[in-house]
Design a protein around this ligand. Structure first.
Ligand code: FAD
Length: 56
């Protein structure tokens, strides 16, 4: 589960880009017990922007 990182907190990995690649790397490291920070410079988005309903 994602939780905010405190200022000065030590982490195992910092990944630039919450993209297809970056997100998978972050999830894999987190599942292995590593503390990971995922940085994203792009705009925020909602799940509804990435899904559609047939006929809607
Ligand atoms: C028009 C188009 C259509 C495509 N269609 C397909 C398709 O149908 N099927 C397919 O398999 N592939 C498709 N691709 C290719 C696919 O989008 C890419 O291969 C894939 O997104 C690459 O993923 P990535 O994780 O390497 O990088 P990206 O998806 O490019 O993500 C990089 C991320 O890093 C962030 N970032 C950049 N700099 C920083 C920084 N300094 N700090 C923090 N964050 C940063 C960016 O905001 C972005 O979110 C398409 C690409 C384009 C352009």
């Amino acid at each position: 589960m994602a939780t905010p990182v405190k200022s000065g907190e030590k982490v195992d990995a910092v990944i630039a880009g919450a993209s297809a690649s970056g997100s998978v790397f972050a999830a894999t490291l987190a599942k292995a017990g590593k503390k990971v920070v995922l940085l994203e410079t792009g705009p925020d988005w909602q799940l509804s922007a990435a899904t559609s309903r047939a006929g809607a």
